[in-house]
Structure formats: structure tokens, C-alpha cells
Design a protein around this ligand. Sequence first.
Ligand SMILES: *[C@@H]1O[C@H](CO)[C@@H](O)[C@H](O)[C@H]1NC(C)=O
Ligand SMILES: *[C@@H]1O[C@H](CO)[C@@H](O)[C@H](O)[C@H]1NC(C)=O
Ligand SMILES: *[C@@H]1O[C@H](CO)[C@@H](O)[C@H](O)[C@H]1NC(C)=O
Length: 381
Amino acid sequence: MASRFVIFRLLFLLLCLSDSIVQIHSDGFGINYGQIANNLPSPSRVALLLQSLNITRVKLYDADPNVLLAFSNSNVDFIIGLGNEYLQNMTDPIKARNWIQQHLQPHLPQTKITCITIGNEVFNNNDTQLMSYLLPAMQTVYHALVNLGVDKQVTVTSAHSFNILANSYPPSSGTFRHDLAEYIQPLLDFHSQINSPFLINAYPYFAYKNNPSQVSVDYVLFQPNQGMTDPNTNLNYDNMLYAQIDAVYSAIKAMGHTDIEVRISETGWPSKGDADEAGATSENAGLYNGNLLQRIQEKQGTPAKPSVPIDVYVFALFNEDLKPGPTSERNYGLFYPDATPVYNIGLQSYLPELTYSTASKINVLSVFSLVIYVMAHLMCG
Ligand SMILES: *[C@@H]1O[C@H](CO)[C@@H](O)[C@H](O)[C@H]1NC(C)=O
Ligand SMILES: *[C@@H]1O[C@H](CO)[C@@H](O)[C@H](O)[C@H]1NC(C)=O
Ligand SMILES: *[C@@H]1O[C@H](CO)[C@@H](O)[C@H](O)[C@H]1NC(C)=O
């Protein structure tokens, strides 16, 4: 009797899940699924977690077949990655084609892979050899996609550090570093030619951490504040992320392009840091990511591009215990490895073993559970 009841209750919870009757809108909200850790849940459990949260956009740093397999026949849309170590090989058409055939094509179409990032923050070190491989690698991978007939479903781009800007203030004066112009100009021409977005990893957290007495914490956390007015455009900015996005648009425009969309491939806030990492608290991280999620759900654009909803991948899904560097590096996750939330940002989960976050939703669940309890008694008792 008792065990039958448990089975009924579980079946019903599964029903709730597949019906998605109590989930949130998360259009535009993407998440980076980093795996530099030794304690993460299996990809199939992660698939359940993301399904329960109605998160349908995921960015990987590689093309982990276990992840791509676990998400087959799901509605999750993937960006996969080719790390910097592949750039040189990807300039070879044969190797690029082989890579696509071995790592991408076996997953299509049952796993929705829509984008490949070639290299991550290639301009953020002084490796000019690596920089010179970037565009040829992107072009070669793109041509391989064309030749294999999948260029309409999978696009090619790269993710850059915000540090490639020499100037970002005010946003209308954004410019790229002068020494990178020889690489970035043809790169932008290529983006324009294949109609692919320009991706930026942007962390207002770093601006705050480096200068906590000068940078307003409300401005970086999307909290109410007076904001900043760009003297050239008279546009008012109430948060730093939007100012950073528009600075990138300005830098692209200064190189002659108004036809390339800027998207945020990473942003986030650490919930923990070392003594010298100002602002790294779970309260601030919850505000940053929660306020950002709300703006994404409202489909806000930036002041310079009000009709283009911001497109963001938050960093990151999990805390990653094997990441080197200061404490903050291992504490960007929205979730602990056991899938419990580090803080509440208004994403709700309806898997029985995961945490609920609002009383009203729990009530919905409790009422359904009660109905099932009664039904189970009637049918089995
Ligand atoms: C889940 O998110 C999608 C967009 O990603 C949205 O269209 C859909 O309505 C959401 N489902 C629920 C039940 O909120
Ligand atoms: C690049 O290609 C060489 C030669 O085929 C191979 O030995 C090497 O492992 C490749 N590098 C990567 C990162 O795949
Ligand atoms: C790159 O080189 C410059 C000077 O040439 C130096 O200031 C900077 O720290 C270097 N950056 C990295 C990431 O090595």
C-alpha cells in the first residue's frame, strides 16, 4: 500500500514535469555548462535538472559526446566549443572536416547544436601566433560545414574577452585595442559575410572588484540607481553590463560594421572569494544573476539597441572545484554539484529531490500531491 502510493506520487511528479505546467519563461536565458570539476552530476541528471528549470540554451567549452548524447531529443539548444589548442589544426581543411564529421554530425539532428565557438579569448594573451590562426580556423570550419551541408543549422563564431576594448567609456566611444585591429577588422568582415554573432565575455564584477570605492555596487548589480548618461548620445545607462554591450557595438561600428549582433557568451558573479576579492558574496551573486534573469525575461534591449533583446549565457551552471586561481574562480556556479542552488534567483525546480523556491509554487505541488494521495487511497486502499 505505502509503496504503491509512493509510485503513484512519483508518477504524478513526473507528469507535472513533462507537462511543464509550473515552469518559468526563460527565453534568452542561457547557461555555461563548464566541467572543470571532479564531483559533477552525470549529464543525464543535468539534463533533468535543466528540463525542470525550463533552461533550453546551453554553452559547452568542448563537444563532450556524453553531454551531447544525454541531451538528444531534448529541446535544449547547444553552443559547442573548439578550444584554443585546436586552432592550428582547424586551419587544415581535412582536419576541420574530420572534426565536424566525428564530433558534430553524429549528434545531428537529435541534439540541437546551432553554433560552434572557435577558440576562447584568443586575444587575451600575447600569443600572436594563436591570434593569426583564429580567422583561418573559423573560415576553414565554416567551409567544412558548407561542404557537409550543415551551415544553415550550425553557425561559426568565437568568444572574446571584454579586455579587447581599449576604451569603453562612455559606451558611444567604445574602440578595440589598436594593436588588435589587423586581426579584428577581417574577423568582423567575416562575421558580416556569414551573418554570425560577435560574442563577448563581460564581467562587471571585475570592474567592481578592481575599484570598489569608485564603482557603484547598485550600478553593477542592476539595482535601482541614477545610472550614467552618455554625453554623446544622451542615453542613460542604469547598469554596467548594458554599457559594456553598447561599447562593443560602438567599437564594431568604428570598424565599419552596423550589421553584426553582439551577444554575451559569459557573464556572472562569484558567490565567494578571497579577502582581496571585494563583492564576492552570495548575496551580490544572487542579485546580479536574479536581476539579470528578470531583464532577460522582459526581453530588454540595451539603450543603443532597445529592440534587440539581450542574449546572455550566464557563467556558470555549477561551482567547479578544479578551476585554478583565486577562490572566486571556483564559485561562479548557480548550483552546487549536488544540484542544490547556491542562492535563489527565481528559477524554480520541480524535481522532487531539488529545492523549491517560492511558497506559492510549493502549494501548487502540495495540492496536486494531495489529490494523488486521495486517488491512490481510493484506487489501492
Ligand atoms: C519555457 O521556456 C520557453 C522559452 O525558452 C517558453 O516559451 C515557455 O513558455 C516556457 N515554459 C513555461 C511553462 O514557462
Ligand atoms: C593536431 O593534429 C596533429 C597531427 O594530426 C595531432 O597529432 C594532434 O593531436 C592534433 N591536435 C589536437 C589538439 O587535436
Ligand atoms: C602582454 O604583454 C604586455 C607587454 O607587452 C604585458 O603588459 C601584458 O601583461 C602581457 N599580457 C599577458 C596576458 O601576458
